[in-house]
Design a protein around this ligand. Structure first.
Ligand code: DSN
Length: 441
């Protein structure tokens, strides 16, 4: 990056420092990943220079001959990979993709139902502070004490409020998404069923998680999580969706443009096409299988160490630790792990007794480390580092008085920043990760 170094040293140095942070640490946020050098090249290309409002063959700007080839290729690859009838690759990211779905099939004020945010759902599935709950009438469903979806509650919601759209899919749900059970309920009231597979789309593409396509009308996904592409999203319409509404594909396209967005990000579209080609390879299937094996190893090691997990474990790429029994919270553990070169995110747990800002859980995932080449034996070390940090900070409980909390957190950060135990683990990890390359770094 010699041009950037010369022309903009502040930005250049920050990028270099971020590359160092990524290389010397363990990335455990389940929604993050490392893209290939080919994806990086497409993403950093001159395609960012071009305006292309409209769709392939129907643009509102000239000079789109080559952009049309790229966008059509991305669409065709997604159709083949996921077995769907129609794909829109233009959503800027997951939240606009989901909002476009509302925009396509609902009128303002229509009832909807999605998994409650604190139970593992997403903001855009109707959480109270999201525009999706402001403009639509949201009736969230929850999970049972065992961490699995409460289908009896969803049946009651379906009967009483008749949601016109039901979301399945989540951001912090460690279990297989039960598409058939959702479909039975949605079909019984004629609701649109939409699967947001952002977290698991790589697993679905590889056949490691059941596909929602036979059960739902619409599928949305981000492209940068397990699918290992650039930050972006897609909306897909299934055969079942077209049977319910033959105009659905056109409604989705119109909801994106001109309904919600302007010009597509062509560099992202190209990078999505590259990632979709990679996701169709046998190597990617092996990668997706290894993600699940690595999560299972973490699950086994945490079980042995007596660490509590929501639903007792995982079927997919993520685990949700319940720290309410360890006398600490996700907020403290996230910071302590950061000092020890491990990145994860604090997260609410079902029935959260604390708050979204000081939640009782920690969300962990294996997609990024699996891309780096971590296998089961490596994950045993990873689990050991995490368990050591959990025990080390045991008892660092949040004060009951709300007014004391900000001061407590500030003091905890100062304490952890200078903690030799956490620093020593950080050094062990820095040395360990040297053997595991990251594309582009
Ligand atoms: N924030 C994303 C995640 O981490 O799951 C979802 O929007």
């Amino acid at each position: 990056m010699s041009n950037l170094q010369t022309q903009d040293p502040i930005i250049s140095k920050a990028i270099e420092a971020e590359a160092k942070r990524q290389f010397e640490g363990l990335e455990l946020i389940p929604s993050e990943n490392y893209v290939s050098e080919s994806v990086l090249e497409a993403m950093g290309s001159i395609l960012t220079n071009k305006y292309s409002e409209g769709f392939a063959g129907h643009r509102y700007y000239g000079g789109n001959t080559h952009i049309d080839v790229i966008e059509q290729e991305a669409i065709d690859r997604a159709k083949a990979l996921f077995g769907v009838e129609h794909v829109n690759v233009q959503p800027y990211s997951g939240s606009p993709a989901n909002f476009a779905v509302y925009n396509a099939v609902l009128e303002p004020g229509d009832p909807v139902s999605g998994m409650n945010l604190l139970d593992g759902g997403h903001l855009t599935h109707g959480w109270k502070v999201s525009a999706t709950a402001k403009f639509f009438e949201s009736h969230p469903y929850h999970v049972l004490p065992n961490g699995h979806t409460d289908f009896e509650e969803l049946k009651r919601i379906a009967k009483e409020f008749k949601p016109k759209l039901i979301w399945c899919g989540a951001t912090a749900y460690p279990r297989t998404i039960e598409f058939a059970q959702f479909a039975e309920i949605a079909d019984s009231i004629g609701a649109y069923l939409v699967a947001d597979i952002s977290h698991i789309s790589g697993l679905v593409a590889a056949g490691v998680h059941e596909s929602p396509v036979p059960y739902v009308h619409i599928v949305t996904t981000t492209t940068h999580k397990t699918l290992r592409g650039p930050r972006g999203a897609m909306i897909m319409v299934t055969k079942k969706g077209l049977e319910k509404d033959p105009g659905l594909a056109s409604k989705i396209d119109k909801a994106i443009f001109p309904g919600l967005q302007g010009g597509p990000h062509n560099h992202t579209t190209a990078a999505i096409a590259v990632a979709l080609k990679e996701a169709a390879t046998p190597e990617f299937k092996e990668y997706a299988k290894q993600i699940v094996k690595n999560t299972k190893t973490l699950e086994q090691e945490f079980s042995k160490a007596g660490i509590k997990m929501v639903s007792g474990g995982s079927d997919n790429h993520l685990l949700l630790l319940d720290l309410s029994v360890n006398g600490t919270l996700g907020s403290q553990l996230e910071y302590a792990m950061d000092v020890a070169h491990m990145t994860a995110n604090k997260n609410t747990i079902p029935g959260e007794k604390s708050s979204p800002y000081y939640p009782s859980g920690l969300r962990l995932g294996t997609p990024a480390l699996t891309t780096r080449g971590f296998k089961e034996a490596d994950m045993v070390h990873v689990a050991d580092w995490i368990v050591r940090v959990i025990h080390h900070i045991e008892g660092d409980a949040l004060p009951k008085e709300q007014s004391e909390r900000a001061g407590f957190i500030k003091a905890i950060h100062t304490k952890y920043d200078a903690d030799p135990f956490l620093k020593k683990i950080g050094e062990e990890i820095k040395s360990y990760t040297k053997a595991f390359p990251i594309p582009g770094i």
